[in-house]
Design a protein around this ligand. Structure first.
Ligand code: NBP
Length: 474
């Protein structure tokens, strides 16, 4: 058999499906997995596509099966597994060969690996892949970071396997070293916020309006036909309609309310803070998942804090129309914060990220695909006023029109005693950004009082001190 065009290591859910996708697009792909049973399983399940798969039982066999320059995709667990596989493969490769990490790596690791491999004459591509199992098999969104000349070697394969939006592949080379993995991280951060906001709507309807899951699911299905059209709203409708086969109960009610997280949401928040930003909607979503893990404490809290049950007298019903607009407004803020974070990182690391292109490759294939992304791409192409998506005319108008619905929703939630951390964060950001004058004049005064930090005066000049005198501590 002729040499394979590309190799793939790691045949769990994502890797196996990506291998089948590559094979289906006509590229011979050599496949390897540490536990070799997975290789046999893939070959057995591949059907006709097995003709384009080259099983390699060892790393040596994998390398021997590849045409030069060799390109090998790693689709193993993020973290130590990636370093382990690189450690096995790198000594077997020649200068000019390319390793491509397609897992959810922390972009700092990607930058480190790129440097280390460059010293050995090897190229390293950090490639974020979104779309889950289905996306990997039939077309994910692919965010690439690395040297353009390395990407040129695999570009035809990447574009062939990616999702398409009206014919345009949802794959792009976005910048050097860690740029692709950073964009994937922020994608996941936005995903966290989007999922949390949808869950907040569910909570308000379930606990505030006593609606059943099937009914709430129908509402999401309706919304999916309008401006909220998105993969996450669509699957939420399906999830809420599903029944548990064992009990006949709504499936969602049989699921323990404790969510896991693997790191990308948290990394978005950490990076945002490190860059002097606050992606507060993402932070709220990450925090909500952490609180969800405190199940025993929350059960205890329900007893200990029972006296704090709100009277509910002042609370008004949350209207479906308000919720739809509130979700739209909050989602715009989450995406805007994500884009602001991308922009800040782009400046910090000199990546020159094209925000419009990023929005374009998120239009299909990825988990946050939604009708809004095409409009966001257009707004970013036109240039974001002050770098803010929420100031782009179309979004400023949408957000302003929906803001009172968001306000009523957050107010009703507060009066009913129902937590809506992501909605609240979105509203606070919106209200902060629409006020020219904030309250940090007092903070500056406090800082000067105890620490002689000095402040700028509104009538000019920095380094002023207030007339507080006395003893300063600090
Ligand atoms: P997992 O993240 O569960 O990783 C399992 C794979 O890693 C197996 O092939 C396993 O080999 C291999 N592996 C491990 Br663990 N340690 C290894 C080591 N020391 N040496 C060699 N191989 C090792 O698989 P996944 O869910 O398919 O995800 C793969 C990557 O894609 C991850 O980075 C994930 O974050 C990312 N991702 C996942 C999704 C999703 O929806 N699942 C979506 C987008 C991105 P073994 O079979 O021998 O144990």
């Amino acid at each position: 058999m002729a040499k394979a065009r590309i190799g793939l290591v790691g045949l769990a859910v994502m890797g196996a499906n990506l291998a089948l996708n590559i094979a289906e697009k006509g590229f011979p792909v050599a496949v390897h997995n540490r536990t070799t049973q997975r290789i046999d399983d893939l070959m057995a399940a591949a059907g006709d596509l097995a003709a384009n798969l080259v099983p390699a039982q060892t790393p040596e066999a994998l390398v021997a099966a590849l045409a030069k320059p060799r390109a090998i995709i790693l689709m193993v667990k993020a973290g130590a597994a990636v370093d382990a596989v690189i450690g096995q493969l790198a000594p077997l490769l020649d200068p000019g060969d390319i390793l491509i990490d397609a897992g959810n790596a922390n972009f700092h690791d990607t930058r480190r690996r790129e440097k280390a491999l460059a010293d050995q004459g090897l190229s390293f591509i950090g490639m974020g892949v979104s779309g889950g199992e289905e996306g990997a098999r039939h077309g994910p969104s692919i965010m690439v970071g690395g040297k353009p000349e390395s990407y040129a070697v695999i570009r035809d394969i990447v574009e062939a396997i990616a999702a398409r939006y009206k014919g345009d592949p949802c794959a792009a080379h976005l910048g050097p070293d860690g740029a692709g993995h950073f964009v994937k991280t922020v994608h996941n951060g936005i995903e966290y916020a989007d999922m949390q906001m949808i869950a907040e709507v569910y909570g308000l309807l379930r606990d505030g309006e006593h609606r059943n899951p099937a009914d709430i699911g129908k509402l999401f299905a309706e919304w999916n036909g309008g401006p909220l059209h998105s993969y996450l709203v669509e699957i939420s409708a399906k999830v809420l309609a599903a029944k548990d086969a064992a009990t006949g109960n709504p499936m969602v009610e049989m699921i323990l309310d404790k969510a896991g997280q693997k790191g990308t949401g948290r990394w978005s928040v950490i990076e945002a803070l490190g860059l002097g930003q606050s992606a507060s909607t993402i932070e709220a979503a990450v925090g909500a998942r952490s609180w969800s893990a405190l199940k025993p404490a929350r059960l205890a809290g329900a007893e200990i804090l029972a006296a704090a049950e709100p009277s509910g007298r002042e609370a008004h019903a949350v209207l479906d129309g308000d919720l739809e607009r509130a979700l739209l407004a909050a989602k715009i803020v989450a995406y805007a914060q994500g884009f602001a974070l991308l922009d800040a990182a782009s400046q910090e690391y000199g990546w020159d990220l094209d925000l419009a292109r990023i929005a374009e490759i998120w239009r299909e294939g990825c988990i946050i695909r939604s009708a809004m992304l095409d409009d966001m791409a257009r707004a970013a192409r036109d240039g974001l006023p002050h770098g803010q998506l929420i100031f782009a005319p179309e979004f400023a108008q949408k957000l302003s029109a929906a803001s009172n619905a968001l306000r009523r929703t957050v107010a009703a939630a507060a009066l009913k005693g129902l937590p809506v951390p992501a909605f609240s964060a979105a509203l606070a950001y919106f209200d902060t950004m629409r006020r020219g004058r904030g309250t940090t004049d007092l903070i500056q005064a406090q800082r000067d009082f105890f620490g002689a930090h000095g402040f700028e005066r509104i009538d000019g000049g920095a380094g002023h001190h207030g007339p507080w005198g006395g003893k300063r501590t600090g």
